[in-house]
Design a protein around this ligand. Sequence first.
Ligand SMILES: NC(=O)c1ccc[n+]([C@@H]2O[C@H](COP(=O)([O-])OP(=O)(O)OC[C@H]3O[C@@H](n4cnc5c(N)ncnc54)[C@H](O)[C@@H]3O)[C@@H](O)[C@H]2O)c1
Length: 346
Amino acid sequence: MSSSSLQSHRIAVIGAGSWGTALGAWLANNGHTVRIWDVDQKVIEDINHHHQNSQFFPDIELPNGLQGCNTLESAIESCSAVVVAVPSRVFDLAMNSVSDHLHLMDSGTKPIIIWGTKGFDSETGDLLSEVTTRILKDRATTATIAGPSFAYEVIRGMPTGFHLASTNAEDIESIANMFRNTTSLVYTTDDIVGVQVGGATKNVIAIAAGIADGLGFGINTRALLITRGFAEMNRLNIALGGKTETLMGLSGMGDLFLTCSGDLSRNRRLGLGLGSGKQLDSILEEIGQEVEGLQSAREIYHVGKKLEVFMPMTERVYRILYEQLPPMQAAMELLAIGPSIPDRNQ
Ligand SMILES: NC(=O)c1ccc[n+]([C@@H]2O[C@H](COP(=O)([O-])OP(=O)(O)OC[C@H]3O[C@@H](n4cnc5c(N)ncnc54)[C@H](O)[C@@H]3O)[C@@H](O)[C@H]2O)c1
């Protein structure tokens, strides 16, 4: 692809939920022609007829450059890039659909496939980059974008920082340039593992932070939990081949801080509910949207176990969610573990 930072692209966004809509609006505001598609056609009608996604952003008028499509084919046709923003639970499905329609993309350039989804594959526990490579092989240039970025703030143009990760050194800057503008700082890295591990694991620690707050603990406890949570995120990161310096950046520490402290985080809100004694079903009903950390906790727990990574906080969150471990007992168990041998110095 060309490396001009001012180049305007034709981009398809798959998934018009909170993040897909924010990404679509952001890219359209950057001057790209953006077509968005979702399995839920109501949201597409909303976008086309009212220039709105009234479920998530009832007060935001979406840009004219963002157009809803009724079929995946019409969204992808002649595009040079596709951005996938579906929950990790259906990432494999969505990427397979993209793969089936790759031949419809602009034939003049190698397709660019970017994902904003965070998580691990729900069936295999693989990183989404592994899922993508398995499906697309070398037929596309791939990248992921992640960082401390609540869609609510991104769509309002509030200053936000991101990591864009790709192993394609030649195209990484031009892909990042699609997203860059005066309020969006996009830092590039080739550490695609580190960026994905940060984005997925922070959801689990955010649940833990919410639980601690819900139990009535204070800011000391939250700081303890964020720091110790980071240590176990990084142990998994290293075991999977990611770099600590990546995790120290926006997609790791940055996103961890955001989700552990911001009440816009569905994961944190789930934890708050559990800590204050509510039942899981009623919390999920109250939130009314998909809470990705619920699934991530299970996947990360299993990946950690397989790789023999010491992840006491993830294990407690998993047991609270799936084995009815009472939150206060989980807190007591974590305190009893204390500064144990594998992580004494972190
Ligand atoms: N919401 C945020 O602030 C935010 C920010 C950064 C990253 N993310 C990540 O983006 C991903 C999506 O999150 P979200 O908040 O937008 O979720 P969401 O639940 O708000 O929206 C997901 C959308 O995907 C659609 N969808 C489901 N299956 C599909 C398929 N097979 N093909 C096309 N569309 C499909 C759903 O109908 C829904 O509209 C998650 O991995 C999340 O971690 C979210």
